[in-house]
Design a protein. Structure first.
Length: 117
């Protein structure tokens, strides 16, 4: 019985860390051009910058819901951000920061920025 529990835990870890990180589907990179394209398609956007190691960010992620809300993992590694997103399963899209924090002068997380293109 103990072996099965350990095996399930290890398999769960690999399911989160392996295929999701390789496929890049959970938190793909998002830069200025991609953000501008999303804003043209959807209208005004709310960007919520977060990091997996930030406790206060987790409550922001739980409250950040909606089609026009984008979760931007910044100051973080892709795998760590994807683990948090997989665990919390927010109803907003997650992206890995590719220069947006610098563009909007985000120096600390959590941070929220309105963007309309």
């Amino acid at each position: 019985m103990l072996f099965k529990l350990i095996r399930t835990g290890v398999l769960g870890f690999f399911m989160l860390s392996g295929p999701l990180a390789e496929a890049g589907e959970l938190c793909p990179k998002l830069g200025q051009a991609g953000l501008a394209k999303l804003a043209r398609e959807r209208g005004p956007l709310k960007l919520v910058f977060f990091a997996s190691w930030c406790g206060e960010c987790l409550s922001h992620l739980r409250n950040a819901q909606g089609k026009n809300t984008l979760l931007i993992a910044t100051f973080d590694e892709k795998l760590a951000a994807e683990r948090v997103i997989a665990k919390l399963a927010p109803k907003s899209e997650c992206y890995l920061d590719d220069g947006l924090a610098s563009l909007f002068k985000v120096e600390a997380v959590p941070a929220t920025v309105a963007f309309s293109g």
